[in-house]
Design a protein around this ligand. Structure first.
Ligand SMILES: [Zn+2]
Length: 503
């Protein structure tokens, strides 16, 4: 099938554009309907009254944004956000979200009468408010690298084939060569890319206790506000698991001390890849906490076993298509009852962000599965599904009182609510908040809230600000902002993969 972008062809690189900030802007009110839609499927929901509701495979181009956000300054530890809200199970149109410190205090049609709303900074977003996106599988440290291009260009049968190649080793050499000095900047560069794409939690960061990458985007494995980690991750694959360690893992999953076991499995299209599933089963590791990354070689038989066990699937269609020319049979997996989440994998073969990966997922759905995945399903595959798969649903993945205030606001373009996220372009990311902390958004909006220190940049023609540094303390490089991070990576790698991958 055709790919969304040319496979195995490097994308031209350019230096990040850093610009001065513009002034504030006033906008017009977006036209939205009142009332709550308690979970109807977006692709066929005719009740929203918004334009662009054309089923799961619309072809009309997205319209322009209806207007800019308007800020009424108030206290910096509480925010009242107004707009359309997708929790994502329910809709409030219009709706409000009240944030107090790092948590969500209220969501509904009206939170302004909540006692905690007094004195809050009010942001009339003129946007659609979603949970922050949850990237359930990535290799964050590698995400300054451009797409890997074997010579000559080719497709593979399994992951071992490209991983063993000398041109792959050369492509990735700068990671190991420089991590001793620059691991903070390597990982933070990947986190900045994720953040600009609306991701607030990411799996697959570096496993050492440096605070430098535990303070920006949540690292799923390593705590932060996500509680004591009960995750285990296996990147090498199931053959690397000794019988003793398999026993330890199995016991941990059975007694609750391990709540998510995230493992690369069956990545490829050959029998070798498929046989990894039988090995997983033989080692006693197909259990409810098991989260299979890829599963590209699996069929109905294995998906039925996964569903029976309660195991989950992480799907990276762009990476699969680029490396193998085929992707996981998600239609069969879902029919069997397997929970599926979307994750971009990494920049070497996948999309730059979850936001971009949603477009690939929809294209696969529309070209191969008759539009199986409507917009609401896709939104859940990037929010609540991965949060639950990683056993972090008590912290993230939904807009719900008591959960962390991880929020993503997309500019309202008058489209059906869920479709607003699926079709959002990089420049449409209006605001990203992590644990109540404004991290990224439209320049005038961030400026009006008084959030500092922040760095200015242009994202596909729209002025943005990103707020990285939380401290003047140089320990673990907590004082670094966007400019310092980009300069550090550029010092050991010429032209790191640009953030602004504009359609
Ligand atoms: Zn991976």
């Amino acid at each position: 099938m055709p790919l969304l972008r040319p496979a195995l062809v490097p994308i031209a690189l350019a230096a990040l554009t850093l610009v001065a900030c513009g002034g504030g802007a006033q906008g017009v009110q977006g036209e939205v309907d009142a009332g709550e839609d308690a979970g109807t499927d977006a692709g066929t929901d005719a009740g929203s009254g918004n334009t662009g509701d054309a089923g799961p495979c619309p072809t009309d181009p997205p319209p322009d944004a209806l207007g800019d956000a308007v800020v009424t300054p108030g206290e910096s530890n509480r925010y009242l956000l107004k707009g359309r809200v997708a929790t994502p199970d329910s809709l409030f149109e219009p709706g409000q979200v009240l944030v107090v410190n790092d948590k969500i205090a209220c969501v509904g049609v009206d939170c302004s009468s909540d006692a905690n709303a007094a004195g809050a900074t009010i942001i009339d977003t003129k946007g659609v408010i979603f949970p922050g996106l949850v990237d359930a599988h990535n290799h964050t440290q590698y995400d300054y690298l451009p797409p890997y291009t074997p010579t000559p260009p080719m497709l593979f049968q399994n992951r071992g084939q490209w991983a063993a190649r000398s041109d792959y080793s050369a492509w990735t050499a700068s990671v190991n060569d420089n991590e001793g000095t620059y691991v903070c900047e390597q990982v933070k560069y990947g986190e900045l890319r994720a953040l600009m794409g609306g991701t607030t939690t990411i799996e697959g960061s570096y496993n050492i206790a440096l605070k430098c990458f535990r303070t920006l985007v949540h690292n799923a494995e390593y705590g932060n506000e996500l509680g004591t980690s009960k995750m285990r991750t296996n990147i090498p694959g199931v053959d690397s698991v000794t019988s003793d360690y398999a026993t330890t893992l199995r016991n941990g999953m059975l007694d609750g001390s391990i709540t998510a076991y995230v493992i690369h499995l069956a990545e490829g299209v050959d029998a070798k890849s498929k046989n990894e599933f039988a090995t997983l089963v033989s080692k006693g590791l197909l259990l409810p906490p098991t989260v299979i990354i890829h599963g590209t070689a699996l069929t109905q038989t294995e998906f039925a076993q996964m569903a029976q066990a309660g195991a989950k699937l992480i799907w990276s269609p762009d990476s699969n298509l680029i490396l193998y020319g085929a992707t996981t049979d998600v239609r069969t997996a879902m029919a069997a009852g397997v929970s599926v989440s979307i994750a971009p994998d990494w920049t070497l073969s996948g999309s730059g962000t979850v936001l971009a990966e949603l477009k690939v997922a929809r294209q696969v759905s529309c070209t191969q599965w008759d539009g199986l995945l409507d917009a609401k399903t896709l939104v859940k595959m990037a929010t609540s599904n991965p949060a639950d798969a990683l056993a972090l649903g008590q912290y993230i993945g939904r807009i719900q009182p008591g959960l962390l205030a991880d929020l993503l606001v997309i500019a309202d373009r008058g489209q059906e609510t869920y479709r607003t996220l699926v079709e959002a372009r990089p420049q449409d990311v209006r605001l990203v908040m992590i644990a109540g902390n404004l991290r990224y958004g439209d320049s005038a909006l961030i400026a009006a809230t008084g959030r500092a220190p922040c760095d200015a940049l242009q994202m596909c023609g729209v002025e943005k600000r990103i707020c990285v540094a939380d401290s003047t303390d140089a320990t673990d490089k907590l004082n670094e902002g966007l400019i310092q991070i980009v300069q550090a990576v550029s010092g050991f790698y010429t032209n790191p993969y640009r953030f602004d991958l504009c359609p």
